[in-house]
Design a protein around this ligand. Structure first.
Ligand code: HEC
Length: 459
């Protein structure tokens, strides 16, 4: 029955031809675990696309609702935290996979003629991925998202001539607000996916035109690059000369890696939480945002340059880096592919990686030293919202004026015990007070008190 259906479909759709085109691509030197990063990246992209579609079912791209809709996904939706976790860690995974893919291509000299276009489209794909990361970061509309994006946009503003225009295009208005959010959302879920889909197809199309590069010691390759006198490696040497179709061994290696990636991401999504910071508050200019880990090294670099040198880090170096990366196949004129015959390229690559990891290391150490907001304070703040304290109290201009202004209550009433007693029974502490006695548990009273004590004048 199944074979009948297949035959019928094949007679209409020429399935066998399609199958052959898809699966019989010869891999010079045979299948290898080192070639899995491209398909790993593709898999992660598809995972991002699918989890993103599900998140979009609930997400609302407006300043009034974005934060709440993400909180809703986290707290109320079945599998919500899991899907959001997959999307969050998947983004990191995609950056890692692309990095490894590029490293492999770099190390193998696989960007060299005739594969220059393949590399260049790859670099653009990498840039688009960073575009996804940048636009996606704003969407939860929490303090971190808001202020990290603010920094990113300010950096774009330092580019001469086009900077102002670019900032206006990015922001959509005079300040970072509703227009920015809907714009980032549209770019994140419509413009970038459409662009990346076309470029992925182009990347694969070019790959099929030029064929995979294979190992650096193929016989033909050696002759072409003029490395004639090399020791013979016997068996290995013979294996390198043959090629093997994409199916079944490379396909199964790719599949194993995809499964492993999915398992790792699921584990991360289920076990490591990444709580939102407070809802974005455009007036709180003291907030210091922390970017995603893969931007940390760059964030650290920014700390070292000030004053007239600033443009160097905000746009000159990044622009030079990406231009260099894009045109790398034309800058590196050495025809050899074996790493031992390319000391300059390897030194450049290693130097760059060293710089990145040293900066990342310093930045992680610094971050570790910064005191993080106490989770009890965050819970207390949530209770403050939940019990409608703002109906009577004002904090930084928001809320009613029935009760005392609490903006700096941590300074005026620093006594923890006083608050505990006051919340348990306001009238016992302030006779005649009409502050209601809230049905709070001891732990909740502790949390609200923690929040009250944290409300201090900036020092
Ligand atoms: C119906 C209005 C009302 C609500 C709702 C209310 N309060 Fe009050 N609150 C008052 C009044 C009136 C006072 C001043 C009298 C007193 O100290 O009890 C006060 C005093 C306080 C004080 C002492 C401030 C100071 O400087 O002496 C704190 C702290 C406080 N409230 C926190 C809260 C928190 C937290 C909530 C929400 C869980 C809350 N209040 C809800 C009316 C309210």
């Amino acid at each position: 029955m199944a074979s009948k259906v297949y035959e019928w479909l094949d007679s209409r759709l020429k399935l066998k031809t399609v199958e052959r085109t898809l699966l019989d691509e010869p891999i010079p030197g045979g299948a290898s675990w080192i070639y899995v990063f491209g398909s790993a990246t593709l898999f992660l992209f598809l995972l991002q696309a699918i989890t993103g579609m599900f998140l979009a079912l609930y997400y609302a791209p407006t300043p009034d609702h974005a934060y709440d809709s993400v909180t809703f996904i986290e707290n109320e939706i079945a599998f919500g935290p899991f899907v959001r976790g997959l999307h969050h860690w998947g983004a990191s995974g995609m950056v890692v996979a692309i990095g490894l893919h590029m490293l492999q291509v770099f190390l193998y000299g696989a960007y060299k003629p005739p594969r220059e276009l393949l590399w260049m489209v790859g670099v653009v794909l990498f840039l688009i991925t960073l575009g996804f990361a940048f636009t996606g970061y704003l969407l939860p509309w929490d303090q971190n998202a808001y202020w990290a994006t603010q920094i990113g946009i300010n950096m774009v503003g330092t580019v001469p001539v086009i900077g102002d225009l670019a900032v206006r295009v990015l922001r959509g208005g005079e300040t970072l607000g509703a227009l920015t959010l809907s714009r980032f959302f549209a770019v994140h879920v419509l413009f970038l996916p459409a662009t990346i889909a076309v470029l992925i197809l182009l990347h694969l199309f070019i790959l099929r035109c030029v064929g995979p590069a294979g190992p650096w010691r193929g016989g033909a390759e050696r002759r072409k690059s003029g490395e004639s006198e090399e020791p013979s490696y016997g068996l290995v040497e013979r294996r390198l000369r043959i090629s093997e179709p994409f199916y079944p061994r490379q396909v199964s290696m790719d599949a194993v890696v995809m499964l492993a990636i999915f398992a790792c991401l699921s584990l991360l999504a289920l076990t490591v939480s990444f709580p939102l910071t407070d809802k974005a508050d455009p007036s709180d200019t003291t907030f210091v945002p922390i970017p995603e880990w893969y931007f940390l090294f760059y964030y650290q670099l920014l700390k070292y340059v000030h004053g007239p040198l600033e443009p160097l880090a905000t746009w000159i170096l990044p622009a030079l880096f990406f231009l260099g990366l894009l045109f790398w196949p034309f800058l590196d004129r050495n025809p050899a592919r074996h790493p031992a015959a390319r000391p300059a390229a390897l030194a450049a690559g290693t130097g760059f990686l060293l710089l990145v990891f040293v900066l990342l290391g310093i930045s992680l150490r610094d971050l570790h030293a910064v005191p993080r907001t106490d989770p009890a304070v965050a819970r207390g703040k949530a209770l403050y919202v939940q019990f409608g304290c703002a109906g009577c109290h004002r904090i930084h201009g928001e809320g009613g004026a029935v009760g005392p202004d609490l903006s700096y209550v941590g300074d005026t009433r620093p006594d923890r015990d006083w608050h505990l007693r006051h919340f348990r029974d306001p009238q016992a502490v302030s006779p005649g007070s009409f502050m209601p006695k809230f049905p709070l548990t001891d732990r909740q009273i502790g949390d609200v008190t923690g929040y009250m004590l944290s409300l201090k004048r900036p020092t």
